[in-house]
Design a protein around this ligand. Structure first.
Ligand SMILES: [Zn+2]
Length: 77
């Protein structure tokens, strides 16, 4: 098992897993550590347009991996 400290990142599959969990539950766990990821919304878009795009930045407090992805807000409130 390598413990080299490269740029810590999730694999594509892990990112998808996190994104799906977050979309379903509004929260996600680190696929590696099993701890709750810190979610942080990144503002940027203006909410006056037809649709608002939001970015979510999830960081693992344990392994420090992080993933940023766009969150598409659905039609439900
Ligand atoms: Zn982790």
């Amino acid at each position: 098992m390598t413990t080299r400290r490269e740029s810590a990142q999730f694999s594509a599959a892990e990112q998808r897993q996190v994104r799906e969990a977050f979309a379903a539950n509004g929260a996600a766990e680190c696929p590696r550590c099993g701890v709750s990821l810190h979610a942080r919304a990144i503002g940027g878009g203006s909410f006056g347009l037809g649709y608002a795009r939001r970015r979510e930045w999830l960081t693992c407090p344990s392994c420090r991996r992080s993933v940023i992805f766009d969150v598409q807000r659905g039609t439900r409130n």
